[in-house]
Write a protein of this length. Structure first.
Length: 430
């Protein structure tokens, strides 16, 4: 951990078809005369001379000799921010550093090699050799225990995480296990694990969960697939009496030489939007459809897929569908919409109106059939096509959500707890 806040670093990238990274350029964080942070990035001349060089992202950092500047996001380009740890990962890094808050570059520099996408960060001009060190799936029980202990510690139920062990060797092992578990995806406890099939995000239950989250999220991914949505592959494993959801990393492809990596940017970056819900004027499915159509290889396919996801989120009351939970990936040169992930129902009391996190039509964020249809042409769908999608999906969700939930092994009590999330009454109000 650096002793003072970092202000510059080199940016590495794993190119398509390769398993080891090269230096793409240099990022510097400075302040303007008013004290505002300003970020600068420039591609290296040697990188630009490569015949296989690719852009870091198609929005802010296109492949060119320019010096790119940004004052948004505290001077951090969106694609760099997307490579940083999520809320859970940041907490682990802070715990390891013994500080409650770090500079943005410090989060990037101190996150492990399991970060989302194809980028890496370091202080050396040449990238370090890949560690190729990941938690093994057989360690899930230990990782679940560590996650529970950290949560209990933050809730004041234990005084120090290091009470897990009285021996220094085991303390170091605990820190390593925790730091290996950071990745993009939200605030829930998770770790990246590896088995002979590839790399997975392991998502654990919390002691204070209202229902079995791994099984319910697995059910929502399965229900989405049944509705014709391209959802991330996943399964639930029971380890030491605890259920763990394993979601396959769609930005990694395992080979005998190592992992191929897909470049990845969030919808937040594509929209040039801010993280804060108080600055959500660009949080919009409609805008997202138009932006992704400009950069993906198959606009009609991806715009239609995004429309399906928007409708599905409305039908299961997934009210946490913010722009961080949508992404574009490029395993080769062409960009496309990533598989769907982080699909969770939100049972609420209201039967008249529920709002998605992003605007979805003329009536703003209202998760309502009429609103979903109001801007369907912006998703390259005519009204008849859009009506057919919603009608079929509504029937699929209404008739099968319960059986899909129970098929995962979730209890009837859990199913009853989330019942109000599905096809709520206000969805069909005219």
């Amino acid at each position: 951990m650096t002793s003072k806040e970092a202000t510059e670093c080199f940016v590495y990238i794993t190119l398509p078809g390769e398993t080891e990274s090269v230096t793409a350029g240099r990022f510097v964080l400075t302040q303007d005369r008013l004290g505002n942070q300003l970020g600068r990035f420039v591609y290296g001349a040697s990188y630009l001379s490569r015949n296989n060089a690719v852009e870091i992202d198609p929005i802010e950092l296109k492949l060119a000799k320019d010096t790119y500047k940004t004052a948004r996001l505290g001077g951090l380009f969106g694609a760099l921010r997307d490579s940083g740890p999520d809320f859970w990962g940041r907490r682990l890094i802070e715990r390891h550093a013994g500080k409650s808050q770090l500079g943005e570059l410090d989060y990037l520099l101190n996150s492990p090699d399991d970060r989302a996408g194809a980028l890496g960060f370091g202080l050396g001009k040449q990238p370090p050799a890949p560690l190729r060190k990941f938690n093994q799936a057989i360690a899930l029980e230990t990782l679940q225990l560590l996650a529970n202990k950290l949560i209990q510690d933050e809730l004041g139920e234990i005084s120090e995480l290091d009470k897990l062990s009285a021996h220094s060797h085991e303390k170091i092992q605990t820190q390593e296990l925790l730091l290996l578990g950071t990745s993009m995806g939200g605030a829930r406890p998770k770790a990246v694990v590896e088995d002979d099939r590839g790399m997975w995000v392991a998502k654990f239950n919390r002691p204070d969960d209202r229902w079995n989250n791994p099984k319910i999220e697995q059910a929502m991914l399965e229900l989405a697939r049944n509705c014709g949505i391209n959802a991330a592959q996943s399964h639930v494993e029971t380890i030491g009496g605890k259920d763990v959801l394993l979601v396959q990393r769609f930005d990694r492809e395992k080979t005998t030489e190592g992992y191929l990596r897909a470049r990845m940017i969030s919808a937040l970056t594509l929209l040039k939007a801010e993280d804060s819900a108080q600055q959500r004027e660009r949080w919009s499915y409609v805008l997202l459809s138009e932006e992704l159509r400009r950069v993906v290889a198959e606009p009609k396919k991806d715009a239609s897929e995004l429309y399906r996801r928007m409708c599905f989120n409305a039908l299961i009351s997934n009210l946490d569908d913010h722009p961080r939970n949508h992404a574009l990936i490029a395993m080769e040169h062409k960009w496309k919409l990533s598989p769907a992930y982080d699909l969770t129902p939100t049972p609420t009391v209201s039967i008249e109106r529920r709002d998605l996190a992003m605007s979805c039509g003329d009536l703003g964020r209202f998760a309502n059939k009429k609103n979903l249809l109001s801007q369907c042409t912006r998703f390259l769908l005519n009204k008849d096509e859009a009506i057919a999608i919603i009608t079929k999906m509504e029937e699929q969700v209404r008739s099968s959500w319960h059986s899909v939930v129970r098929a995962t092994g979730a209890s009837e009590r859990d199913a009853e707890s989330i019942k109000s999330a599905f096809v709520y009454e206000g969805f069909s109000y005219s």
